[in-house]
Ligand binder design. Structure first.
Ligand code: IMP
Length: 209
């Protein structure tokens, strides 16, 4: 069976990615970090989602030799000039805390920062860049895709699904947060779902060559 490696440390994000890819890459085994020998993952030092996804995908190829997918994603809030953006995961400065503690602190901070912003100026987008890198005879080949989910940041947290800022985000056309949507409905409209559905045929073609 062909194999592709998914370089992500966030268990909830990894579960989303594996769920979406399972549907679009039948017959291809999607491995996670637990399935490969441990390696030093790069710090996310680039100013763009694409740059950070590329760092992670190239590090994965050189450590494992496997065709590798990596994503970088976050929420870009218009009233904050596009922040937190690439800093979404560590917006409140708790990079080392567990997922739930970090998410709570990030969401509390975002709510405080937007407390004076009126409803019609609370627009935001979730963005996700995915890089697919694989070894070739000439070096490493790369493809990049992006997915965007536009919406708005509400005034209090709602829902128990998803992760991160989902409890504060209503996608355009929805009055429920992405944390209140069933997983498959979030996947159908999400930035990550769009990016992974765009890259899946590229992965399938590369692995069949
Ligand atoms: P990274 O891509 O691992 O650097 O982190 C992305 C961060 O952006 C996550 O830790 C979340 O805080 C936020 N984020 C990205 N995608 C989503 C999503 O689908 N829902 C909620 N938060 C997200």
């Amino acid at each position: 069976m062909s194999r592709v490696f998914l370089a992500s440390r966030n268990p909830k994000k990894l579960a989303e990615m594996q769920r979406i890819l399972a549907e679009h890459l039948p017959g291809i085994a999607v491995l996670g970090l637990d399935d490969v020998p441990a390696y030093d993952e790069p710090a996310e030092t680039e100013p763009t989602f694409e740059g950070n996804a590329r760092l992670k995908a190239l590090a994965a190829v050189s450590a494992t030799g496997l065709p590798s997918l990596a994503d970088d994603s976050g929420i870009c809030v218009d009233a904050l000039n596009g922040m937190p953006g690439v800093l979404s995961a560590r917006w409140a400065g708790l990079a080392e805390a567990d997922g739930a503690t970090k998410d709570r602190a990030n969401n509390d901070l975002l709510l405080a920062q937007l407390s004076d912003v009126p409803d019609d100026r609370r627009t935001a987008q979730f963005r996700c860049s995915v890089v697919f890198a694989r070894p070739t005879a000439d070096g490493v080949a790369e493809d990049v895709v992006e997915g965007v989910m536009p919406g708005r940041v509400i005034r209090s947290m709602r829902g128990t699904g998803g992760f991160g800022y989902d409890v504060l985000f209503c996608a355009d056309g929805y009055d429920v947060t992405t944390a209140e949507l069933p997983a498959d409905e979030k996947d159908a409209i999400s930035h990550r779902g769009k990016a992974l559905r765009a890259i899946a045929p590229v992965v399938a073609r590369a692995l069949s060559d």
